[in-house]
Design a protein. Structure first.
Length: 176
């Protein structure tokens, strides 16, 4: 028989422990993400992987918001976040802090995620709008583009699924 773990047996850190814990040197940038459920999911995933922060840009919703909280389940209170009127402002800040910028987008120069080598330096992953993706002017400012290999008839994944896949790959691979 397989026994499910109780909440106490999971050994999760408290909100206070999370806030003071050493974070993975990764920032998620949300470029005009419309769905508040996707924003909440990004917070929850960032919490799960102990990510440094989320940058919310343009029309992307910001906490506190009950629609974000439906999927964030409290992660909007643990994960650091910052709002920028434009994604370009977020990119400028990240460049000034010497982050390696990666657009998660289908481009002619995209590197498949399973082939992408995670740099040793701080990294920011830019995820785009549910319909239009990452803005072209933002792609042009990035150091690399990555794409998640897909084999079916659709050519995109929901952004919340995409964030989970990319972050899992980023934290499990050795940093080069």
């Amino acid at each position: 028989m397989i026994d499910k773990l109780s909440m106490n047996e999971l050994g999760r850190m408290s909100s206070e422990e999370f806030k003071s814990a050493q974070k993975k040197p990764i920032i998620i940038v949300l470029d005009h993400v419309r769905s508040l459920n996707n924003v909440g999911s990004a917070f929850r995933t960032a919490d799960a992987f102990l990510i440094e922060a989320i940058y919310l840009c343009g029309v992307t919703g910001i906490p506190p918001n009950k629609e974000i909280e439906k999927t964030a389940l409290g992660a909007s209170e643990t994960v650091n976040w910052k709002y920028f009127k434009t994604t370009a402002e977020a990119i400028t800040e990240l460049k000034n802090k010497n982050y390696f910028l990666v657009a998660v987008e289908q481009t002619k120069q995209a590197i498949m995620l399973d082939q992408f080598e995670i740099p040793k330096k701080e990294t920011a992953f830019v995820f785009g709008n549910e319909v239009y993706g990452v803005e072209q002017n933002i792609i042009e400012e990035c150091d690399a583009c990555i794409e998640i290999p897909q084999f079916g008839s659709k050519h995109s994944l929901n952004i919340s699924v995409c964030i989970g896949i990319v972050l899992w790959e980023a934290i499990k691979k050795p940093r080069n």
